[in-house]
Design a protein around this ligand. Sequence first.
Ligand SMILES: *Cc1c(COP(=O)(O)O)cnc(C)c1O
Length: 362
Amino acid sequence: MQKHWPPFNFSAGPAMLPKKVMQIAQQEFLDWHGTGLSVMDFSHRGKEFASIAEKAETDLRELMSIPDNYKVLFSAGGASLQFAMVPLNFLRTQAVYVNTGIWGKKAIGEASKFGNVSVVEALQSDDGLLSIVPEKQWAFSDTFDYFHLTTNETIGGVEFLNFPKHGKGRWIADMSSNILSKIINIEDFALIYAGAQKNIGPAGLSIIIVRDDWLQKELPPTVPSLMQYKVLAENDSMYNTPPTYSWYLAGLVFDWIKRQGGVEEMERRADERSTILYEYIDNSEFYRNPVKPHCRSRMNIPFILQDESLNEMFLAEAEQFGLVNLKGHRSVGGMRASLYNAMPIEGVEALVEFMKDFEKRA
Ligand SMILES: *Cc1c(COP(=O)(O)O)cnc(C)c1O
């Protein structure tokens, strides 16, 4: 077996960025486009940063085919701030939250502070296998302001490979861990949000895509300015100083995705990477994935060693070989391999090679 890899970083977030993006950032670090200044030095209101911000938005719009009647916002505060901003801005009578895991639960906890939440408990477990409850069994109130989904549960490794039928047009989705990995129809959503640190860029930035008409809604006078989507939109995401450097890096990632062949190519790669790992796990007696195939995440793949006493050895050896951050979330245990857009196919091939070798020696 090969003894050492580059290393490959399987962290769930902050996650690896494409190497090419890092190299461009490095080249431009001290002198952006002949200005003699770093992007970090630019005023967010100056013409240099304006061009960076505009290109990032244009590229994202092109990548995701975002229609003109949607605003794209770049904001600080992470996805967790969106858990509060969404209900603050849009929860009036009642909202439906479809719960498929830990992040969904957090979103529900936050929304419940602001109003009525009708929860669809849509994660079930039978024989130790997790799956999404079929939509026809979901029970929820028919009156709702919006319909909240977590499109990929980063910790449990559960993804909506097909979206529900209910609530279309009024979906609000947390896409933190699978945005830009799958072609979607933006018009099915009222709002999409994603923390950047999984599939977009470094931590400190969130992307929000919101339909115009939802920005016209009357708000209670107590909502802080910075937490009003309307205020962010009216000020081109510069009501206050935005996380400029993270925004710039996100722009480099969007440009990289375009050059790779767009979201269609990201989706193809995500299918390819995850299939390699799932097929190996499924054909092994030594490892096990705890999710039913129809809702297995293409981004975050938890796996368990049948003999859990080998966990520490597995992780230590993997790290020695350059396969890092494979430890599972503390609530799930075992291992988790996060295979975001930036993970090259060689990374997952190396992981499978290591897993085979470990199995042989164990
Ligand atoms: C990581 C993650 C979050 C939390 O993001 P922060 O930026 O840390 O607030 C929320 N939802 C999902 C699906 C995530 O993967």
